[in-house]
Ligand binder design. Structure first.
Ligand code: FES
Length: 74
C-alpha cells in the first residue's frame, strides 16, 4: 500500500528501511524521501515506526532509540 503518494513509497519499503536500521522520521526521510513534499504521510510513517519499533532490533521486540517525529518539516 502506498504511504507516501508524493514519492511513491509503500509501507513495505518503509518496513524494510526500519528493519535495516532506520529508527527515526529523519532517517526515513533521508533514505526514502518520505515526508519531503506535502508531509501528509507523516502520521502513517510515524505509525509504522511505532508498530515496527524502529531499528534493527524491531523484529525482536527491542524498543526503538530515537524513534519519533522529526522536528524538521517540509
Ligand atoms: S504524501 Fe508523503 S510527502 Fe506527500
Amino acid at each position: 500500500m502506498y504511504v507516501c503518494l508524493c514519492q511513491g513509497i509503500t509501507d513495505r519499503q518503509i518496513r524494510e528501511a526500519i528493519c535495516s536500521g532506520c529508527s527515526s522520521m529523519c532517517e526515513l526521510r533521508s533514505r526514502l524521501k518520505v515526508c519531503s513534499d506535502c508531509g501528509k504521510c507523516a502520521g502513517a510513517v510515524e505509525a509504522l515506526l511505532a508498530e515496527c519499533g524502529g531499528g534493527p532490533g524491531a523484529a525482536h521486540g527491542r524498543p526503538a532509540e530515537g524513534a519519533g517525529p522529526c522536528s524538521v518539516r517540509p
